[in-house]
Design a protein around this ligand. Sequence first.
Ligand SMILES: [Zn+2]
Length: 137
Amino acid sequence: MGTKKREVIWGGRIMGAKMRAETARQDAKKAVRAEAEAWSIRMEGYGGPAQPSPTIGQCLNGGYGWLKIECCRCKTRASLPLNAIRRPRDTPIWKLESSFRYRSCGTRRYKPPVRMIKLTEQREITPYRWVHPDEER
Ligand SMILES: [Zn+2]
């Protein structure tokens, strides 16, 4: 079997397998994205439940880099970049909710809770004076 013929046979098979691998990767990414989107729609439309939720890594892989949150007391909203949160990427995002706090709200001792509104692909609001979950411990 000549080099040329071998290339036609094996090269073609390798190419086909590589294309299938790529398609599978894209499908997996689509699935992750759809999961994150479904969670986001549930939060925005029904206000929860927040559990179960995708992880930080799944949101980022799905193209959702921002989490929109709202202070339960003054209703100030902010978009937080998920890639700036220094938590393991496999942390489900519902676990973050209890640690977000709006800095200029409440008293020194009491900071009102924050609720998650939805995931977004782009920053919608400038993050400003929000405490990240990893800052306070
Ligand atoms: Zn507030």
